[in-house]
Design a binder for this molecule. Structure first.
Ligand code: NOJ
Length: 726
């Protein structure tokens, strides 16, 4: 795992000490204020007018969200560097989540590529475009583990698994930051939202979180720990409470856990106004108390709201502790600016023609590769796929010709740059007819009859269905995550006249697809694939590329099963679905099986694989590494990727642990009939969890090692004994 170079520490220390010596209290507090230059930068009663330039001149602003435009950044930076007393440069931050101008697939889809190398390369492309358009910090990656698809922000997340989330955390952070985030091609990364935001009750945005500390440590903290180990430069505190205390004022988690336990020594930024929202939680009576509590929790930068700016100088007059805390926070902010090279080159990369760095052929190529590995093949009954290029295709549905394919938090990516499904298919297939058939949520008889007409003439129908890109993302929670009635009307009408149907689904969350399955032979989950959508889908459907994405989140059969995730805890009364499926007093539903429609890690390929000669290097594991070795053979005529997943199960422990825990995976490319040997290496650390009392250990227990095609389909199990500390 990479860590950025430590720059000349002595020079850094000297510069920062000298600045701190010269700075007034107001100037120090100014470094802790971040506003947004998007029409809202005058937030708060003290800043009713457009006075951002006055604030900069007075040294009362340290960083900002926006401006997303180098001409404006240049002007603002000039004020800071040439017209403020100490010339401290501004730091520009933006939400570049899955693409700057070249749109990449949404994050949950990229995570499902199970290809961290490709994610890292994509992050490098994103950093290149971002850095050349004048942004220094991206508020990404989002590392919230998610278990509830009703929550709109699952789209930004790495999915439901802490190991996959940690692998992706490293890929994103090291791709964004490179060896040195000041080198002009990279940027600083901000891991968010610390922590457990993804556990919002009932999937309702900004809702209460109430999980145990053990759950927090074993599941939710893991990707953040990895981001810290990978050298992340910034962490954002979350909107939610943990154990009753809002995260932005949560000293236990920000100071004791993030800083002291995990060793994070850089900048913590609040989320948008999350400081002052602690008054809504009734944790602070007024803004003075907001400022005091958040600073005391070691929060460094207040985003948008102005409690720090307005109240810290006054509070510090009477409290040496507050003064020390202001100094410490200011030092961290200046340290980050130094690491970004801003003192040496405050105007770096502020090219007036920054658009020249956008959408370069190699950037689009990387987006295409990522899209090809992000889509997930869920059904392929009757081997309907891949499709012959000479077949007559009817492309039908609300996603046939739309360019709304970027996905939420699209950065600077534009719908106009997206290759539509129809454009992509038309380049590859000889005969493509198209008809919208229905809108996302409504249809007319005429629309349906147009669609039925072309469906009747076609050899095969492709239905392009789903949810709009802004039905997921922040503040987009839903209670109904099924396809709309209008789209089902269309599906049924088409199915009446043509049974050869492949559905392609566009969405930012797992949808409930159970009612759709009887109507289709093929099912490809496209999520939102970004700029190269049409090209990627045409390649996958025609078989010139082989699907290899896997699900980073469980797909429930019914909404009533939510939250449903593979790594759930054991129950004292498990259901035995094979021998006693109707045993009443077991953990089950009266009206549904427990299993998901598609489990975590699931995804089909046009290839078939065989796994043989599986060996585990030892039965008693004491130290060093444990190897699991196997041969993988592609038994088909299609070249393709296999994704082998290694899970463990603790057989005896002081607390109950998940039924399966992903600990490693290997994505391997095999030519037709090729065989490769693969080795997984596990260390003691892979078996550890927080037991009772709260102690991180393997507990020298027995474990099962399992290899699977997904979390439900295990093809090999082997028991080992761990003996720690021998
Ligand atoms: C609120 C969102 O929760 C966060 O993810 C984002 O980075 C900030 N706004 C800044 O736009």
């Amino acid at each position: 795992m990479s860590k950025p170079n430590i720059k000349n520490n002595e020079k850094k220390e000297k510069l920062i000490t000298s600045l701190l010596d010269q700075m007034t209290l107001e100037e120090k507090v100014g470094q802790l204020y971040q506003t947004a230059i998007m029409g809202e930068f005058d937030y708060g009663p003290a800043f009713e007018k457009n006075n951002v330039s006055v604030l900069i001149k007075e040294g009362k602003l340290g960083s900002m969200i926006g401006p997303y435009d180098n001409q404006v950044s240049m002007k603002l930076q000039k004020i800071a560097v040439e017209h403020s007393r100490l010339g401290i440069p501004l730091m520009f931050c933006n939400d570049i989540i899955h693409g700057c101008r070249t749109g990449f697939p949404v994050n949950i889809a990229m995570s499902g590529s199970f290809n961290p190398e490709l994610v890292k390369k994509s992050a490098e492309v994103i950093a290149f475009e971002t850095s050349h358009s004048g942004t220094h910090v991206t508020f990404a990656p989002m590392l919230d583990i998610v278990r509830d698809p009703r929550w709109g922000r699952v789209v930004e997340s790495p999915g439901e698994d802490p190991h996959l989330g940690s692998v992706m955390a490293d890929a994103w952070v090291s791709g964004f930051q490179g060896e040195d985030p000041s080198d002009g091609n990279h940027i600083a990364s901000c891991a968010k939202h610390f922590v457990a935001y993804g556990a919002a009750e009932a999937g309702r945005e900004y809702n209460t979180v109430d999980i145990s500390e053990r759950m927090l440590r074993n599941i939710y903290l893991k990707p953040f720990k990895q981001a810290v180990d990978s050298g992340v430069k910034m962490v954002m505190s979350a909107f939610n409470v943990y154990d009753g205390v809002p995260m932005t004022a949560n000293k236990f988690l920000l100071d004791d856990v993030l800083r002291k336990e995990m060793g994070f020594d850089s900048v913590i930024v609040s989320d948008y106004t999350s400081t002052e929202e602690i008054m809504n939680h009734k944790i602070a009576k007024n803004k003075e108390e907001v400022a005091e509590k958040c600073l005391n929790a070691t929060l460094d930068i207040e985003m948008i709201s102005t409690s720090f700016l307005k109240h810290l100088p006054e509070l510090a007059q009477h409290s040496p502790k507050i003064l020390d805390q202001i100094n410490a926070s200011c030092k961290r902010v200046l340290g980050l600016k130094y690491d970004l090279g801003l003192f040496d080159k405050p105007y770096k990369n502020m090219y007036p023609k920054f658009e020249d760095y956008f959408l370069l052929p190699e950037s689009r190529h990387m987006s295409l590769q990522m899209a090809l590995e992000s889509a997930v093949l869920l059904e392929n009954k009757t081997h309907i796929l891949p499709l012959d290029k000479t077949q007559k295709i009817a492309l039908i549905g609300p996603f046939s010709t739309t360019n709304r394919l970027v996905g939420p938090w699209g950065g600077k990516a534009r719908n106009e740059d997206c290759v539509t499904f129809y454009e992509g298919l038309s380049k590859v297939f000889d005969h493509v007819m198209v008809s919208e058939g229905s809108k996302l949520k409504e249809m007319t008889e005429d629309m349906i009859s147009d669609a039925v007409k072309i469906a009747r003439e076609a050899d095969v129908v492709i239905l392009a269905l789903g949810e709009d890109q802004y039905e997921s993302g922040e503040a987009n929670s839903k209670t109904n995550i099924s396809l709309s009635d209008a789209q089902y009307e269309l599906v049924k009408a088409v199915n009446e006249v043509n049974k050869r149907i492949v559905a392609v689904i566009f969405s930012g969350r797992p949808l409930i697809l159970t009612p759709l399955i009887p109507y289709v032979d093929g099912l490809l989950y496209a999520w939102f694939l970004g700029t190269e959508t049409g090209h990627a889908l045409a390649d996958l459907l025609s078989g010139s590329k082989n699907p290899s994405g896997r699900l980073a989140m469980t797909f429930p059969r019914h909404q009533g099963q939510i939250p449903l995730y593979y790594n759930h805890m054991k129950t004292g009364r498990p259901l035995d679905p094979i021998n006693h499926p109707h045993n009443h007093y077991t953990s089950r539903y009266l009206d549904s099986v427990n299993t998901p429609l598609y489990p975590f890690g699931y995804g089909l390929s046009y290839s078939t694989f065989e796994h043989t000669d599986i060996k585990v290097s030892r039965d008693v594991f004491e130290n060093g590494t444990l190897e699991v070795i196997l041969d993988v053979k592609n038994t088909s005529d299609h070249a393709g990727y296999d994704v082998i997943q290694l899970y463990i199960e603790a057989l005896h422990f002081s607390v109950t642990r998940p039924v399966n825990e992903l600990k490693a995976f290997n994505k391997v490319y095999l030519k037709p009939h090729e065989t490769k040997q693969l080795t997984f290496e596990l260390t003691m650390d892979d078996f550890k969890a927080y037991g009772y009392p709260m102690h991180y250990s393997t507990e020298s227990a027995s474990y099962l090692i399992k290899l699977g095609n997904n979390s439900n389909d295990i093809f090999y199990t082997h028991q080992i004994q761990l003996k720690e500390g021998i």
